[in-house]
Design a protein around this ligand. Structure first.
Ligand code: VAH
Length: 314
């Protein structure tokens, strides 16, 4: 039976991952942690621990007490936030990761942490980006993600820690909105469409990025962690994606519900600059081949689901 500690459990991925893990493995077998109490969160009032991932002693104490066998490390600052304070980003993203890997090594935990399409840079092939290719990111977030991929691989090769991870595209969800990401426009646009019938995108027309609906992302984590280790030729940097789109394509899909929806542009030079350094579309064939990755939500199915859920929420 799996007993899983989740860091960053109040984040965009952490919230829905925790709910899914509780459903699969039982509430008592999942320990969500984050730097603050779950207020106005679906995780409110259930087993929960306050944990700052830069505090190694506290992380080991909590994990020992819970007696888990798996660590899913999600606590991190996202791309645009990292550019505001790169030194803080390094301390949290890398300091937290080293602590989590050391905890996994000393307590013999299976380990998951996500990388991102942000681990690629301007010299990476932009279309159908292969899983193994040049990675010279020019953002602190990208440096953190490439370093994290290499570090997780090292802990597997050197110490035998069962580390696994995927490179996520932009993730679209309605349960817990993201914060500080470059792809967040693709979440905001749905909320604004339902609330106001219009949206001013901070990412420009014609800027293509890989995206995936959160349900597919959560299923990918579960499938990878449950995969037969003997089938994994790679460990920590599986490209996963379902679609690539620009703001115009999302607007078209939204107009199937709101024909009058108005999309305008108020481009944020920082996040536009980050987006232009990322691939237009990545190749997920290795994840499909090695552990059966599959994603079910295309753009229209995601739009229908998001709009339905947001209308209920509001
Ligand atoms: C970000 N949502 O925008 C994250 C993600 C691929 C994008 O890494 O920073």
């Amino acid at each position: 039976m799996k007993r899983i500690i989740v860091t960053g459990a109040l984040g965009q991925i952490g919230t829905e991952l925790t709910l899914k893990l509780r459903e699969l493995y039982g509430e008592d077998n999942v320990l969500p942690t984050d730097i603050k109490e779950p207020v106005d969160s679906p995780l409110e009032g259930k087993p929960f621990e306050i944990l700052d991932v830069t505090d190694y002693e506290e992380m080991v104490r909590i994990c020992k007490e819970f007696n888990g066998d798996t660590m899913m490390h999600l606590a991190a600052l996202l791309s645009a936030t990292c550019e505001k304070d790169p030194q803080l980003a390094w301390n949290i993203n890398m300091g937290g990761l080293v602590n989590a890997l050391e905890t996994a090594r000393t307590l013999n935990l299976q380990f998951f942490t996500p990388s991102s399409i942000g681990s690629f840079g301007p010299s990476t092939p932009k279309d159908n980006t292969p899983q193994t290719t040049i990675q010279r990111p020019v953002t602190m977030y990208g440096v953190n993600k490439v370093s994290g991929e290499l570090l997780c691989n090292y802990y597997f090769e050197k110490f035998g820690v069962d580390t696994r991870g995927v490179r996520f595209p932009g993730l679209i969800s309605h349960v817990r909105e993201p914060g500080g990401g470059t792809t967040d426009y693709a979440v905001e646009i749905f909320f604004e469409a339902v609330k106001n019938g219009k949206y001013a995108s901070f990412i420009d027309k014609g800027t293509f990025m890989d995206m995936m609906y959160m349900d597919d992302a959560i299923q990918a984590i579960i499938d990878l962690m449950e995969a037969d280790a003997s089938k994994l030729e790679d460990r920590n940097a599986f490209n996963v994606t379902k679609m690539s789109f620009d703001p115009e394509m999302v607007a078209e899909s939204i107009r199937r519900h709101y024909p009058e929806f108005e999309l305008t542009y108020d481009v944020d030079p920082v996040r536009q600059g980050i987006a232009e350094n990322w691939p237009n579309s990545i190749d997920a064939s290795e994840a499909k081949r090695q552990w059966g990755f599959d994603a079910k939500f295309d753009l229209d199915k995601m739009t229908d689901t998001m709009i339905e859920a947001i209308k209920k929420k509001l």
